[in-house]
Structures are given as structure tokens and as C-alpha cells.
Design a binder for this molecule. Structure first.
Ligand SMILES: C[S@@+](CC[C@H](N)C(=O)[O-])C[C@H]1O[C@@H](n2cnc3c(N)ncnc32)[C@H](O)[C@@H]1O
Ligand SMILES: [Zn+2]
Length: 283
């Protein structure tokens, strides 16, 4: 097990169904195989992160394949750096869609964390099904990106898709030659949805370069998806925080629609920790 104790940072060892450190801090494994390594003082609410409704909607929407082009592009971007021998973290993994896509393409050892317990549960179950209940090739834990329960400098790659991260924590857990793949909304992302919900749409601002990292590559993927049934549209709406904030009338109108064209726009960035001298080899 890759996990480190969230209390004292000593390695955690799995004995039967309990993770234990040398200082006797213990964390039980849930029946789905994930652990809860989020300490009470690391939460800002009773049930932090995305809600069960949002996670279910995201699962259904992603399983329908709408973001498959993004998943493919992530895989191709990290492929030169990730192999079956790599330690890979999906930070803010949600219900585990990208963890599975990366595992299927590149077979690294997968770890995933999310602050939402329901997301981690869905992600762990996804891998149990994938491996027909034999030993899962992935470890999931409820944890915050701001306090990663991981030892220092053991990871070869970290992926972040639309989730909060702490760059100092990523620099701590990555190997000096590790890579960090950051996926953020591009300028036109969800334009039509924002127009409906807010009656106007400001472009997303370009994300800042991650401090402490050197940029190896930047790519953009922008395409339209056609939502041709009410179910897909409802899933899309319910998985996004926009929906939970926008106007009530606009939401009702959208929920009743059967067809909607939506622009999907992502910026993918691949980084290395700065100052390791590792970038020169790539150029
Ligand atoms: C937009 S969702 C993206 C989920 C997943 N990466 C995907 O694209 O399917 C953002 C995720 O970040 C998680 N999250 C929010 N705050 C977090 C934190 N401090 N630490 C870890 N995860 C967090 C949420 O629970 C949610 O699952
Ligand atoms: Zn401990």
C-alpha cells in the first residue's frame, strides 16, 4: 500500500482489513476496499466535496462516452511518462472515470483520492468490478488534496481533472522526474449552458501556470457534443456546480429540453517539478 498515515506520515501497512502505522494509528478498510484517511480537522463540512446526486449524474454522463476524446488525449499526453511500473495518482478522482481510462491504457499502479466519500466508494467499486473481485490494481482513499496521505517523492505521475490541488503537496509527493497533468476548462467551455443559466457567458480565464513547476506541453481540445435526450441533459446539469447556482426558471426550462448542443473546451498541461534539470532532456 502506498498510503502514509495522515496523522504522523509513517507508512501504513495493511493487516487483515486495517491500515496501521508504527505509531498504532489505525484506519479500517471499507468493504469496497477504500480507506478513509481524511482527518476530522481536514473537512470544512460534514459531507465535503461533490454530493451523491452530482457523482451519480457524472458517472452516467461519463459512461455515455461524451468525454472519451478528453480521456484519450490525457492518455496520449502522459503515455511517454507512464508505464506498468509507474505510481500514478488521480487527485480529486470523483467516481474514478479517468483512473479507469488510464489504467486500461497504461496499467500503472493507480491511487485515487477525493474528499467526497461517495465518489471514492464508486471509484473503488468500479475497479473491483473491473478485476472480477480479485486483488484490485488500484487504491482509493477519502482524503483532501491539501493533505495528501502519501509519502514524499514516490509518485511518477499525478492527474488532476477539474479538481482543486495544492501545488506544494504535489511537489512533495512527486518524484523529481515525475509529471503532473492538469486539466482545466478552456475559454469556451460550457458557453451555451452559462448563457442559459446566467443569461450571459463570460469566457473562462486561462489558468495560471502551476507555481513550482516547469511546463513541458500544453494542448487544447474543443468540440461540440449533441445531447439528444432529456436524460443526458439532466445528468450534465446535475453534475456541474453551475446548475446548483443558476436561475430556477432557466433550470426548469433546461430540464425539460430534449436536445441541446454544448461546447466542450479543455486545456491540458503537462508539468515537471521545476529546478530538477529534468526538462532539458525533453527539448
Ligand atoms: C468537477 S469534479 C471532477 C471529478 C473527476 N476528476 C472527474 O473529472 O470526473 C471535482 C472533484 O473534486 C473533489 N474535491 C473538491 N474539493 C476537494 C479537496 N479539497 N480534495 C480532494 N478532492 C476534492 C470533489 O468531491 C469532486 O469529486
Ligand atoms: Zn501514524
Amino acid at each position: 500500500m502506498i498510503w502514509a498515515c495522515p496523522v504522523c506520515v509513517d507508512p501504513l501497512t495493511l493487516v487483515e482489513r486495517t491500515l496501521r502505522c508504527a505509531n498504532n494509528h489505525c484506519f479500517d478498510l471499507a468493504k469496497e476496499g477504500y480507506s478513509n484517511l481524511l482527518l476530522a480537522n481536514q473537512k470544512n463540512s460534514k459531507q465535503p466535496g461533490d454530493s451523491k446526486i452530482m457523482l451519480r449524474a457524472r458517472r452516467d454522463f461519463l459512461q455515455a462516452g461524451f468525454y472519451q476524446p478528453l480521456a484519450n488525449q490525457i492518455v496520449e499526453l502522459i503515455r511517454p511518462y507512464v508505464s506498468a511500473h509507474s505510481q500514478f495518482l488521480d487527485c480529486g478522482c470523483g467516481e474514478g472515470y479517468y483512473s479507469e481510462q488510464v489504467y486500461k491504457a497504461l496499467q500503472p499502479s493507480i491511487s485515487g483520492i477525493d474528499i467526497a466519500r461517495d465518489g471514492v466508494r464508486l471509484a473503488a467499486k468500479r475497479f473491483k468490478t473491473l478485476t472480477l473481485n480479485s486483488q484490485s490494481p488500484a487504491n482509493f482513499a477519502v482524503a483532501s488534496s491539501f493533505h495528501l496521505p502519501l509519502p514524499s517523492h514516490q509518485l511518477d505521475a499525478v492527474l488532476q481533472v477539474f479538481a482543486p490541488v495544492s501545488e506544494p503537496e504535489l511537489l512533495r509527493v512527486l518524484k523529481p522526474r515525475g509529471v503532473y497533468c492538469d486539466v482545466s476548462p478552456g475559454p469556451k467551455h460550457f458557453t451555451q449552458l452559462k448563457q442559459k443559466l446566467y443569461r450571459q457567458a463570460r469566457d473562462h480565464e486561462a489558468p495560471a501556470i502551476a507555481p513550482g513547476f516547469t511546463l513541458l506541453a500544453e494542448e487544447r481540445i474543443c468540440f461540440d457534443i449533441e445531447l439528444n435526450n432529456n436524460r443526458d441533459l439532466q445528468n450534465l446539469l446535475m453534475m456541474t456546480p453551475l446548475y446548483w447556482k443558476g436561475s430556477i426558471e432557466a433550470k426548469a426550462e433546461l430540464m425539460a429540453m430534449d436536445a441541446f448542443t454544448l461546447t466542450i473546451d479543455f486545456v491540458l498541461r503537462l508539468y515537471r517539478p521545476a529546478g530538477t534539470g529534468a526538462v532539458d532532456d525533453e527539448l
